[in-house]
Design a protein around this ligand. Structure first.
Ligand code: MN
Length: 724
């Protein structure tokens, strides 16, 4: 695992982020005084505005502790301010629960505080949905990767870590089961991520609090043992420190010298994993010496080695060869009075800061400096250097493997319905997922559910989604599927299935399927409607077998053909001409578009089979589809490529009531070549109106163009597409 644990030398310094009893209330004015030490006045003002929005949005909400909610985001902002994070991160920290828990929307944040803050808040909200609840180490590793993959910006992780740190500081207010779940997640997911980002101070505190919440008894026993030993050795410790300080004075070296304490969680883990007794783990003094510059570090080392004899083989120069997470320090072990070993760490102030705050140290913002994207670039640059370092020293650490995911994202991580995590290449679709689960699942799938919403098989997946495959006994792979898969496994399986379906078999299977479908419409066995030849002609089939083959290979749906045949027989020879192809997979079928969700080309769609209505096309996310999806009457459909038609789409606008607004809206829409086929105005008050419109558009892009123009009208306050 990490070198920090496998290496015998380093011990755990006293957590510096741990504030001895927090002041009663940390107020926004306290936050501003921290911010004023390193941010521009303008930036502090913006953050104060974020506070006003947050306080207003969370007004009336309480934490489990009974405290007003806003004190939580304020505390999170404080943690980041103490690390001197940039203004966007601080604003995002204050607003981090706003999208999730209040009516404030992402757009509003973006408008008032910029896209970066909105992106950070949105990123943190997405991570909030992830819940880790497994005891398996392998799952914990995947989960950590998933979190990093989901964070579009490393600052998202930093805000999330600060959020978790404050939640852990107040975890005792939670119910015992919830407390334990959060504590376990903290120890297995969050603390290792902090470790990977080199943020030792936060990691130590997360571990300490997590240990205390998960194993309160063991924590108390260990703590008491540590206190006892400390008391016994106090005198000796003071003597050692005194000698060190005097020796440094003789050498005329300015330094900060302090004793360090081991972290209880790491003591506990060492005892548990290596089956050691407490005295075997807790048997040394640990001292840290912090000085001004690098040269002085080596002078201090010399001074120490003349004071006490060094233990052979225990000297490590992490200044010349830093650790993979950027850690730099000199480590040595001395034989103190009575031969008691003393571990000494020697480093500069800057090295100490990197060791404590890791990646956050690289966000340090200086007024007049480049803005935060430059800081971000520097941080990424740092990660890159660290990675090169790792190659050069051949020190294959897990740390960079994980952070790399964020820098060069080429995988997505999704959950199965049972909470297992699957790794797929970036761009993988629902169909790839189905085949990754099992070949049989892939071969019989009809649709997928993403986070419980029905979606087409071709939908590309994103990290953090929960994906479920919907199968149907009659479903079979179709050649069109080859267009939607990117994994070799899915492609291979679809090809081999298609090949294996021999023609005759397919014809027989197709005839059987069609007869079954007709039987449901009252036909006898082996009876085919008289309208069959006419249909063959419209469908461009040579003969009956051709049609049966299409049905047998899944190119055509038996129910669709049956419905068409029945309709054709009932209509007799009137022979109306075939409408142009709009939906692939529903050729010749009675087709309609759902009024509930008004799909337009480009929307993800699915079809539902409804007796007497044929296929009704819905948008993938439509609630009505979800209602029927369990009965299996959902078919996979696609928009035809070239469409020359118009489709109604609903939009809702909130406008300020000013003269001529409606006219401007109407002329904007018609300037984009679209018709308005319906308008309803509901007055909200004298200031603003809500307008519902139905606009006929060619496709999503057309609609997006119209919406973009409408957004430019100053009186339009809010604008969105609506289901109907
Ligand atoms: Mn929170």
């Amino acid at each position: 695992m990490s070198s920090e644990h496998s290496d015998p030398a380093p011990e755990e310094p006293v957590p510096s982020l741990r504030h001895a009893p927090e002041p009663e209330r940390f107020l926004v004015s306290d936050l501003c005084s921290i911010l004023e030490t390193y941010l521009e006045p303008e930036e502090v003002k913006t953050i104060y505005r974020a506070y006003l929005l947050g306080a207003d949005a969370h007004d009336g909400q309480l934490r489990a502790s009974g405290e007003a909610y806003i004190y939580h985001p304020l505390a999170v902002a404080r943690i980041l301010a103490e690390m001197h994070m940039d203004a966007d991160s601080i604003a995002a920290a204050i607003l981090h629960d706003v999208i999730e828990d209040t009516p404030v929307e992402r757009d509003a944040i973006s408008e008032q505080f910029g896209e970066d803050v909105a992106m950070l808040v949105d990123g943190v909200s997405k991570l909030t949905h992830l819940k880790f609840d497994s005891r398996e180490e392998a799952q914990a590793a995947s989960f950590r990767k998933m979190m990093l993959a989901m964070a579009s910006d490393l600052r998202v992780i930093l805000v999330k870590l600060a959020d978790r740190l404050h939640n852990m500081r107040t975890v005792m207010a939670l119910r015992p089961e919830k407390r334990r779940r959060i504590a376990r997640e903290t120890l297995e997911v969050y603390a290792p991520i902090a470790q990977r980002l080199g943020m030792s101070a936060i990691r130590r505190e997360l571990e300490q609090l997590g240990f205390e919440a998960l194993y309160p008894m063991r924590y108390r026993v260990l703590e008491a043992s540590v206190q006892k030993i400390k008391g016994m050795r106090k005198e000796l410790m003071r003597k050692v420190e005194g000698s060190i300080v005097r020796r440094l004075e003789e050498y005329d070296i300015q330094a900060r010298v302090y004793g360090r304490e081991k972290n209880l969680w790491s003591i506990y883990r060492k005892m548990r994993d290596k089956h050691l007794s407490f005295s075997e783990v807790f048997d040394v003094f640990a001292i840290r010496i912090v000085v001004e510059n690098k040269d002085t570090c080596y002078r201090v080392l010399g001074a120490m080695h003349t004071l006490y004899k060094p233990k052979p083989g225990r000297f490590k120069d992490y200044i010349a060869i830093p650790k993979a997470n950027g850690y730099q320090s000199l480590h040595t072990v001395l034989f103190g009075p009575h031969g008691i070993p003393i571990e000494v760490q020697i480093r500069t102030i800057a090295m100490d800061q990197v060791a404590e705050t890791g990646i956050a140290a690289h966000w340090h913002y200086k007024s007049g400096d480049e803005h935060s994207t430059a800081a971000q670039r520097r941080a990424h640059e740092w990660l890159r250097t660290v990675m090169d370092l790792q190659h050069n020293t051949g020190n294959a650490l897990e740390f960079m493997e994980n952070v790399k995911v964020d820098l060069f994202p080429d995988e997505v991580y999704v959950f199965t319905p049972r909470g297992e995590i699957m790794e797929l290449p970036r761009g993988a679709t629902g169909l790839d997922f189905a085949y990754a689960v099992h070949t049989d699942i892939g071969n019989s799938c009809v649709a997928i559910k993403i986070d419980r919403h029905l979606a087409p098989l071709s939908t590309p997946l994103q990290s953090g989604q929960t994906v479920e495959v919907i199968t149907a006994p009659n479903a079979r792979p179709r050649s069109a599927w080859l267009n939607y898969v990117i994994t070799a496994k899915a492609r291979h399986n679809i090809r081999s299935f298609l090949k294996s379906v021999r023609r005759q078999e397919a014809v027989e299977q197709g005839r059987l399927l069609l007869e079954n479908a007709l039987a449901q419409r009252g036909y006898h066995q082996h009876e085919l409607p008289k309208s069959l030849p006419a249909l063959l002609e419209t469908l461009n089939c040579k003969d009956e077998d051709d049609l049966f083959f299409d049905i047998g290979t899944g190119e055509r749906l038996p129910a669709v053909i049956a419905a068409k045949l029945v309709a054709g027989t009932q209509q007799g020879e009137q022979g109306e001409s075939e409408p142009p192809l709009i939906i692939q997979g529903a050729e010749g079928m009675v087709l309609s578009f759902a009024n509930c969700c008004t799909p337009i080309p480009g929307d993800p769609i699915v079809g539902t089979m409804t007796a007497g209505k044929g296929i009704v096309i819905h948008r993938g996310e439509c609630a009505n589809v979800r209602r029927v999806s369990d009965s299996g009457r959902v078919v996979s459909v696609e928009w035809a490529a070239e469409l020359d038609d118009e489709f109604p789409a609903g939009i809702r606008l909130v406008t300020r009531n000013e003269r001529g607004v409606l006219a401007r809206i109407a002329s904007t829409i018609s300037s984009q070549g679209a018709n308005i086929s319906g308008v309803t105005i509901s007055d909200e008050d004298s200031m603003a109106s809500t307008i519902h419109m139905v606009v006929d558009v060619r496709n999503r892009k057309h609609l997006a163009d119209i919406l973009r123009r409408l957004r430019h009208i100053p009186e339009v306050v809010k604008l969105m597409r609506v289901l109907a």
